[in-house]
Design a protein around this ligand. Sequence first.
Ligand code: ATP
Ligand code: MG
Length: 372
Amino acid sequence: MILPGGTLGILGGGQLGRMLCLEARRMGYRTVVWSGSEVAEPTQGVADEVICKPFSDQEALASFIEQVDVATVEFENIDHEVLKTVDEKVGLYPRPEAVAICQNREREKLFLQEQGIPCAPFRVIESACDLARGVEALGGKGVLKTAAFGYDGKGQVRVHSGMDWEQVWDDFDFPRAVLEKWIPFEREISIMIARAADGEIAIYDVAENVHREHVLDYSQIPAQIDEQTAQKARQLAKKLAEGLNYRGIMGVEFFVSEADGLLVNEMAPRPHNSGHHTMDACVTSQFEQQLRAVTGLKLGSTQLLTPVVMLNLLGDLWRGQGLCEKLTQDGATKWHVYGKSSKEGLRKCGHANFLGEDALQRAQELKKSILS
Ligand code: ATP
Ligand code: MG
């Protein structure tokens, strides 16, 4: 067990790392971030130390290991060898084996299948010919996703019967992919689940997620689903955490579909965007929970204190009319800004937690007044 006063090492230097550092500081822990790149804007000024070097840099590895008592990831696309070395030297949670499964869509799908957990039917694709056959086998409509390194819908293409498969495969430009059947879902939901060193499990209320151009727009908690679906989602999340022998916090995304039932879409081996509401609406934030699990403390209460809508403050809101003035006028809204200087496209630059029964209406009014 590592008590306050100890040092947490974080692999990755994005907004999840930033929020983890802020929470760690409140709780009396030091933080060392190894960003894996030359920039780590969100964690600058909030971590006790930031190492801005690629993950292949051996000096950076030595310096990181030397300074930390235990380590975690805020980003899963990290080379397995690096994760393994960090784990051997100081302990890495979640374990490298669990990260390896969640970071690669093909391994993730095979793991789900092995565990008997329902997910969208899929095929592994290595050529235009596989693709043509796969689309027909999956009912004529699908999503082609890169096996590794995808996020926010990047490396994804919707496909349907009758396309020029040579052309689609050429344009896709990744050597290996997973083709998923198109799921005409009614809703998307997710669950944040934490598992401690001794196997104790803590599960947060189900979030309902709405996307804009493949990027999470907002999450509403509690989700507007029946108790049976919520119960099933909790059971599946628990089965996954146990099957992965997981330690730490994990996000599990699901599709809710009348025709196909409840399907797991993917897992995130770290805090997750759809868990940001926990910062202001739950007894224990997902970042505190991660720290508790990683340092070997008992888990905190996941109790939801108020209905909440988490609105992502994507790039276009900042480029619109008066975001900050409007946001600051609502006394029951808590905002979080990630310290990114570029606010291009739909980049995630912050989020706001609208608290209370009328949270969704207030969030939508704010968005509409800025974008229209
Ligand atoms: P993120 O990092 O935001 O989770 P990602 O790049 O890992 O995104 P996915 O979660 O696989 O990608 O897909 C992004 C979104 O695209 C999903 O949340 C869903 O809205 C849509 N989508 C993905 N796969 C399917 C599918 N098989 N059928 C229907 N919609 C899908
Ligand atoms: Mg996703």
